[in-house]
Structure formats: structure tokens, C-alpha cells
Design a protein around this ligand. Sequence first.
Ligand SMILES: Cc1ncc(COP(=O)(O)O)c(C=O)c1O
Length: 448
Amino acid sequence: MNAVSQLHPDSREGALRAWWMPFTHNRYFKAAPRLIASAKGTYFTLADGRRVFDCLSGLWCSPLGHSHPRIVEAVKAQLDTLDYAPSFQMGHEPAFRLATRIVELAGRPEDRVFFTNSGSEAVDTALKIAVAYHRARGDASRTRIIGRERGYHGVGMGGISVGGMVANRKMFAPLMIPGVDHLPHTWNPAEMAYSRGQPSWGAHLADELERLVALHDASTIAAVIVEPMSGSGGVLVPPRGYLDRLREICTKHGILLIFDEVITGFGRLGTPFGADFFGVKPDLTTFAKAVNNATVPLGGVIARDDIYQAFMTGPAHMIEFFHGYTYSAHPLAIAAAHATLDVMAEEKLIARAAELSPVLEQAVHSLKGEPHVTDIRNIGLAAAIELAPIAGQPGLRAIRVFEKALDDGFMLRFSGEMIAIAPPFVSSAADVAAIVEGIRRALRAVPV
Ligand SMILES: Cc1ncc(COP(=O)(O)O)c(C=O)c1O
């Protein structure tokens, strides 16, 4: 019997019983809980008092570190002023102002923002906008959406349908939206293992879109959705020229291109959005996470102005888009976003992420040759280390590395056979070096 199968499901009855935790091995966790008590700056403090470095900026979402005084102050002040405001048929000024700031930061000042509360909601919203846009223009047969293998677009029914992670999909097939197809993913270790930044091989994989267009006919396809850099899939970096080619093919066939920038939005690649880094313009952009440092849930979709305009028909007193959330543009989330964007601008933190990127690249690639390592990928302030699986126990290797590193003071992210890091933008070069040395010690401590 191995360590995992010995665990009894109810080994921790009582205090931890009721919460069915998300994306968590509940039995394993409850047998040896890892509880976070507080956070400040780039550190979490665990319930046993140990401080651990937050190597993934929360879940890619807290680039300014935790409990940033400016954000805390802004949210507290907002609570005293307006705790909640309905966004249906009413509005509050800071939300309009935030939408303007976001389109300006994105370099698309003429465009529009639809607010949601999460990345998953942002994705489902973008898919609905895409399909409804074509219909509003009299092109109602364009309903098909093309996603990509290994893509992660959250856990809504739309998001899992276009997503490409088998574990997130296989149980739910009957609930998924029909009429979805997938591009192949772009990771090919034989061609691109240990690439630094964008691999030079693989642009031709975008031509698979032409094949799907030939198969389904462009007249049936509403949109293509991809993450410019697939974060949850394990920092899968687009090959040079790949996204440009997708853009060309979409434009040629009247297909909308959706960039899911829930991870890459607001600076992770050292530019405001991934679109800026890669120099490719999408039609719709989803965002969440770093927009307000994850202090209060917030997400959204940026839509090209003419997409918005396509909905603006019929009598002006009628609702144009039957979609929205009770908490869309929640005042606390909006206040946190203004404070986050203020701090990002004043402290030039997106440029800081860009400066740290080569430091991270240099450091993380020094792990080549360490035990278990089979590939290392990086772009911007993000990196992933692919590990050789333990025979017969998929996923356990990365868990072991995670546990060793946590004991050593570094909270990494593990998923499948992969370890990911995306340090806060406020990290120092010494922090980045320390994270990588922590990973090195953890790799060496895990038996071959
Ligand atoms: C690209 C992408 N899209 C969507 C989501 C889902 O966001 P959320 O967990 O806020 O629903 C994520 C989350 O990691 C993501 O990385």
C-alpha cells in the first residue's frame, strides 16, 4: 500500500469535515492539513506560525503581495461609503471610471468592459458575447467555438467545453455546450524542451485552424478562444509566430479571436496584457485575478467597440444583452482595483515584472539536470518545471516536491507533474534566486 491509499477519507472528522474543498485532494489534505492563518507582503503565515514565501502570487492573482496598505485602505473606505450597489439599471461612478482605466491600460480606449466576478464568469460571458454578436448581425449560423487542448478557461459549462484539460471535462460531457472543437496544444518536448521564452518551433500548429475551418466551414464558427500563455496548463508558451497566424486566420474567416488573459492580464508578462507582449490584437479579452490583486473577486471582458455596437439596436429602453451577475462591478472589488492600478502605475510594477523576467529565466533554467526535471519553461514572470512521474502514481512527484519546499519556507504550485512559479512583482532578485534554490533543495530531497 502506498502513502496515499492508506489515508482514510474521514481521518480528520470534525473541524475540517464540512468544507468540500475546490481542486483539492480532500482526503489527503484533511489527513495532513496545510492551513494558512494570515498574509502580509510576499509571505503567508501558516497556522503553526511558519512564514512561507508566496511563489505563485496566490493563484497567479496577488502580484502586489498581500494586504497591501493602499488596497486595504481603499476597501475599508469603500465599505463606509457604499457597501453594495446593484448594477442592473443602476450604476456607481467608480465602476465607469475603472472600465475607462482598463481600456486605456489595454491600449484600446474606444472599447468596452463588461464586469464579472471571476475568470470563469468572464469566459462564459465572452463566449455568450461572441455567439450573440454574430446573431445580432444576422449571422446566426456562427455558433461553434474553437478552444485548444490543455487550455484552461475556468470551470463554467462554457469554460470546460472550450477548455482542454481532460480531468476537468471527462465527468461532465452531457452538460457541455455542443458545437465545440479544439486546436492541438503547442507543447512538444521533443522540439522545444528547455526553451527560454518563446519556442522557435511550432508556429505551423496554428494552421490547424484552417483545417477546422475546412471541416466545419467558417460560416458555422463564432470564435476561437486561447490563453496567450497557458498558465494553469503549465506555462505553455506560444511558439513564435503562432498567435499572429491565429489572428490572420480568424480575420480572414470573420471569426472572433478571444484572448483569455485571466493570468496574463495586468502585467504578468511584463506588459499590461499578453496581447501587448505578443503584439497580437484580440477582439475580446477576458481578465480577472491581478486586476485588483485578488482582494475581492473581480473579472471582466473587454469587447471591441463595434462588437458592443452590434448589440445597440432596437428601442433604447430595452435591455440589449440579457446577461449579468448580482455582484457585477461590486463596489468593494472596484475600489480594490482602483487602488491596485494606482500602485501598479506609481511603483511601475509592470516594468518591474519585465525587469525580473530575465532574472527568473536565468535562475530557473539552472535547474536543468537536477533530479526528476524533464523540461523547464518560462515567459515573463512565470515559469514551470516539468517532472518525471513516479511510476504508477501520477501526480505524486510534484506533490512531494511541493511538500518539501513548503517545509523549507516556499509555497509553490503543483499540478499534474508540474511545478509552477509566478512570483509577486514586488519580489526582489534575491527572492527569485531563493525560490529557485528552494526548489533545487526540494528536488534533491525527493527520492528518485
Ligand atoms: C486562463 C484562465 N481562465 C479562466 C480562469 C478561471 O478563473 P476563476 O478561477 O477566477 O474562475 C483561470 C484560472 O486560473 C485561468 O487561468
